[in-house]
Design a protein around this ligand. Structure first.
Ligand code: SF4
Length: 140
């Protein structure tokens, strides 16, 4: 019987940093912990291809806080993997949303929303985190 020796899908936390500080979360904004530089991640993504990994689930921290997120996703795409993302949604711009769609390899972007209105959401995620001042136009 043939068995897989490597996983088909893996979770990747490209960063432990986040622009929010949700009441229940211990992942946010510890500046003392350095994320891996992009060169290390690119090597790792190449190794995943060699291991026949097909999908990466990108989370964090908040993945959109990385300035080099496009290059990281380019590394996923170049190595012929598909990807999904989890985000708090506050840092996604129209340009980034278009770029992600243009890769043709993103199966979903999950946005965490903690309530049915801004007040209940903001209790956990901080004042203004679901207010109209945030750029949510890419959701529509
Ligand atoms: S948005 Fe996510 S990573 Fe950031 S503080 Fe909240 S739960 Fe943690």
């Amino acid at each position: 019987m043939r068995t897989m020796k490597t996983p088909k899908s893996i979770d990747i936390l490209f960063t432990n940093k986040c622009n929010l500080s949700c009441a229940y979360c211990s992942d946010y904004s510890d500046e003392k912990i350095q994320d891996l530089p992009i060169s290390e991640w690119i090597l790792f993504l190449e190794e995943l291809k060699q291991c026949s990994v097909l999908n990466v689930d990108i989370g964090g921290g908040e993945p959109f806080i990385r300035d080099d997120l496009r290059e990281l996703i380019d590394g996923v795409v170049k190595n012929r993997m598909r990807f999904t993302m989890v985000s708090n949604g506050t840092l996604i711009t129209d340009d980034l949303a278009k770029y992600i769609a243009s890769t043709g390899r993103c199966d979903s972007v999950q946005i965490s929303i903690d309530g049915s209105n801004p007040q209940s959401h903001d209790v956990f995620r901080g004042d203004g985190s679901l207010s109209e001042s945030n750029n949510w136009t890419w959701l529509s």
